[in-house]
Design a protein around this ligand. Sequence first.
Ligand code: BEZ
Length: 360
Amino acid sequence: MAELQEVQITEEKPLLPGQTPEAAKEAELAAQILLDQGQTHSVETPYGSVTFTVYGTPKPKRPAILTYHDVGLNYKSCFQPLFQFGDMQEIIQNFVRVHVDAPGMEEGAPVFPLGYQYPSLDQLADMIPCVLQYLNFSTVIGVGVGAGAYILSRYALNHPDTVEGLVLINIDPNAKGWMDWAAHKLTGLTSSIPEMILGHLFSQEELSGNSELIQKYRNIITHAPNLDNIELYWNSYNNRRDLNFERGGDITLKCPVMLVVECNSKLDPTQTSFLKMADSGGQPQLTQPGKLTEAFKYFLQGMGYMASSCMTRLSRSRTASLTSAASIDGNRSRSRTLSQSSESGTLSSGPPGHTMEVSC
Ligand code: BEZ
C-alpha cells in the first residue's frame, strides 16, 4: 500500500497566527481530501485484467468498503455523488474504499478487439479475490448497483467468510425469462444500445422527465468512447443466470444485507435490512445520496462499526429506544438492530434486532 497518497495527520500541529482550532481542523480535512485522489491499480486474473481505485488507508480491524458499478457506468459515474456527499465523509473516513471497474469500463480503457470474449457476471465475481489478494484485504462490505449488486452477491455466495455486509441497490437476482428476452428483442428493434441501457438505469418517468441528471447520463453513455465495451458488459448482464437465493436454504447470503428496493422475498429476513425508496428510480445513489447515506450509517451501526453519536440528531432521537448503541470498535453483532426512518419518512419498526425498514 506504499503508493497510497492519503496522509494520516495525527500529530498536534501549532495553530497559525489568528487561526481558530475549528478553522485548523477544516483546513486539515480539506488538505486530506485534496491529497486523497485515489490510486488506480490493475491486476491480472484468469479472466483478464481488472482495474480498481483505492481511496483512504486500511483501518485496523475494519473491512474495506468495496463497490461495483452498474452497466453503462464506471466507479466514478456510479458512486462519486454518494461517496463525495457531505454526510458520507464521517462514514468513509473510517474505511478504506476499493472501487472496482468492470473490465473495459475504466477511464481511458481501450476498446476490446472484435471477437473478445467478455467475462460473464460470474467470472467478473471470480476476479474479486485477485483484487483482495493484491491489496491483502481479508474482508469487505460490498456496495453494488444493478449488475454490480449481482456480481457482489455472487462473490458473497462463493466467499461468504470474506463479506461482512452487502448493500444491494436494485439487484435483479433472476436470469431473463423468455418473456424478458422477447421484450428485450422487441425493444432492440427500435432502440439503440445507449437507450436500452438508460432504460435499465432509470425509470420511464425519470427518462421522460429529462432532468439535468438524465441529460448528463444520456450524454455520458451515448458519447462513451468505450461504448463497444459497455455493450459487452450489457450482454453479460442480460445473460446472467439465476442467483437462486432460497430463504433458509443453502444458497443464501450469510451476511447482513441492506437491500434497496425489491428482491426481498428470497432473502433471510433476520439477516436483511430493507430500504424502500419511493419514487427513487433506478439510481438512488445519484438521486438521493442523503437518504442512502443515513440508511448506510444505520446499517454500519447495526454491525458495530459506527458510534451512535454519528447519527443525525433527528434519527438519534427517533431510534434511541430501538437501538443498542455500538461503539466505534465495540462489540460487533451480526444481527441487525434498527428500525428507523429518514426525515421525510415514517418509522416502521420490525422486531428489534432484525429488520431495518426505511420508507423514504
Ligand atoms: C471515495 O472517496 O471513496 C470516492 C471518491 C471519489 C469517487 C468515488 C469514491
